[in-house]
Ligand binder design. Sequence first.
Ligand code: IYR
Length: 226
Amino acid sequence: MQPAEFVPLTDRYVPTTSPEEASAAFHDVMRRRRTVRMFSDAPVSRETIENVVRTATTAPSGANKQPWRFVCVQDPEIKRKIREAAEEEEREFYGSRAGQRWLEDLAPLGTDENKEFLEIAPWLIVVFKCVKGDDGGAVYYPAESVGIATGFLLAAAHHAGLATVTHTPSPMNFLSEVLGRPAHERAFVLVPVGYPSDDCMVPAEALHRRPLDEVMIIDRGNGSPA
Ligand code: IYR
């Protein structure tokens, strides 16, 4: 057993403004994040993508196993292969797999099986969830860990002025094949990253955010609702 060693908490982030101001300022950045499906092909530097992925890797994870891999794709030929395979799955999905209810729920978002953005966005970041360590060792809460890391990734891209879409063609096994990843890594989400196109449109439905009083409950500690 490796014993715990503790070090002082240094380099702690301390905002230059009050917590009220700092939290409001961060919200003002994040509230403008939109899922975008109309990308520009304008380039984004590798340095930017590295910083975005670095930020994702600051996420907490079960027993600090960091059960994630971020495969960053720029190559047009690989992007074309990913688009082709994704669209094949999506044709199945929209054609039959989804079912009437799911299609009704998706209708206001205006999505369909055409995934042109997979070739237009300058980068595709494919997030993989490791269900085992590279040495065959255990990982803990991989879905939660990778979900949090993906949230950090989206926030970091947005903070850099970039747009993203969390794309989950289902099933996503083809990504392991196209990208040559080992069996213990499972594709978790596919995130195109780039600038929105000049004529970018977003679905009005997605602007809706549930009001705070619907989603936030201040518990009174007496077992009765506020
Ligand atoms: N994977 C499909 C369908 C889809 C499903 C959900 I749930 C969405 O929020 C959006 C789309 C697609 O990407 O079109």
